[in-house]
Design a protein. Sequence first.
Length: 148
Amino acid sequence: MGATAALCTGCGNPAQTQNAEQNQNGQTTRVGNDKDEHGCISSAGYTWSEARKDCIRLWEAGIRMHSTTGGTETLFLVFSPDSAQVELFFSEEDMPNEMLQRRALPSGGYVWNVEDDDTKNVRCEQGAWIVSQRGKPIYRQADEADKK
């Protein structure tokens, strides 16, 4: 009898033991059951990266950038494994991600952009990443002091 009682105490109500919640319409949804078309679970912080061809967490895989205008906008740079591409993830909801291609500079080094286009340019200057448009810096890599 003791073994049977021990087994039954863990049973309980199935609705209570499932990891579920009800939305405003009274529909039950499973927490963590919010996979996108790529299988990324957004409630766990994952988003699809076209550059990596994988689900990533931006704060783990990306380089955090701050707006140079003093605004609160942020940007994450996510490089492909071979660094041939960089994907830009903007904090503004109405800004779509941008994919830029690596190009060799005549003076040496690289820049990431879309050839003959008015897109952003990504480059590293003095050990810090900078995103510019039309020659004007618009995002700069977060300083160590900003991370604290």
